[in-house]
Design a protein around this ligand. Structure first.
Ligand SMILES: Nc1ncnc2c1ncn2[C@@H]1O[C@H](COP(=O)(O)OP(=O)(O)O)[C@@H](O)[C@H]1O
Ligand SMILES: [Mg+2]
Length: 266
């Protein structure tokens, strides 16, 4: 079997802010076309790491490659081939959804920016609201628009930094559907989250960031077998709370395409 080069390789990344050592040697690989969840509490250093990988911030030590490019020496190439969607949406509230998309398409020198915008509006179910100011959108719509904007130019690697933080369960389900669709289309997704159920639902592999290092990494089954029962119980309980919420609010959505994924078939 020939080894496939990882889409993201992180090797011994360290980062401090003054005397606060946030990352103390973080290492992991992400296989192409997979969804990798970086799970960590608030302040664990998830955004710090994602910003380093997107070349928006510089590591103090260690190395990393994204889409085969080195973060230190090939930053412009990485900026062309990855996209980062932050917890705080890059959406311009004064512009309409369509205008936001056209603007990004023009910035990325896409031919036919209007056509690209139309297709994304349709794909992300924003067509009806396309000509309304984004400031009037719900949290879920705004997040969908933000992710749509980040997909312009078809980046092979996408970073989603806490894509569902602040969203209600209904909107979370929508974002989850989008991530599953991206993964089934072959995009490599590095997702950060504070939510166990989100990692469980979406990720092929999960890494837990704590005390500045990866304290556990593997598939969900591997992690379950390695952790004490109490932790496993928490992992399994959290989605059912959401199920109950969805049942009583009547906002249960149809399962997203590929939602009933098996571990082996992705
Ligand atoms: N630019 C910065 N200057 C100083 N401290 C920072 C900066 N960015 C992040 N931090 C600190 O680094 C730690 C990790 O932050 P962050 O990466 O945002 O965590 P997470 O995204 O996991 O919530 C926090 O203690 C935060 O206050
Ligand atoms: Mg963060």
């Amino acid at each position: 079997m020939t080894a496939i080069a990882p889409a993201i390789r992180v090797d011994g990344i360290e980062k401090s802010f003054k005397d606060l050592a946030v990352l103390r040697g973080v290492s992991f690989d992400v296989a192409p076309g997979s969804v990798f969840a970086l799970l960590g509490a608030n302040g664990a250093g998830k955004t710090t790491l994602v910003r380093i990988l997107a070349t928006l911030s510089r590591a103090d030590a260690g190395s990393a490659q994204v889409a085969g490019l080195d973060i230190r020496t090939q930053a412009p190439g990485i900026r062309d081939s990855v996209s980062l969607t932050g917890q705080f949406a890059a959406v311009d509230e004064v512009l309409t959804g369509r205008e936001n998309l056209v603007l990004v398409a023009k910035l990325r020198h896409i031919t036919d920016p209007r056509g690209v915008a139309d297709r994304l509006l349709h794909r992300f179910s924003i067509s009806d609201a396309a000509d309304r100011r984004a400031g009037t959108y719900s949290g879920g719509m705004r997040r969908r628009l933000d992710i749509a904007m980040s997909l312009i130019g078809d980046p092979p690697v996408i970073f989603l930094d806490e894509p569902t933080t602040g969203l209600d369960p209904h909107a979370r389900q929508e974002v989850w559907g989008i991530v599953e669709e991206l993964a089934s289309g072959g995009t490599t997704v590095l997702l950060t989250t504070q939510y166990l159920d989100e990692a469980e639902r979406l990720a092929d592999r999960i890494a837990i960031l704590g005390d500045g290092t990866i304290i556990a990494e593997g598939t969900l089954d591997e992690l379950k077998s390695r952790f004490p029962p109490a932790k496993v119980e928490y992992v399994e309980k959290q989605p059912s709370l959401e199920d109950i919420f969805l049942a009583i609010t009547g906002k249960q959505m149809a399962p997203a395409p590929g939602a009933e994924k098996g571990e082996a078939d992705r």
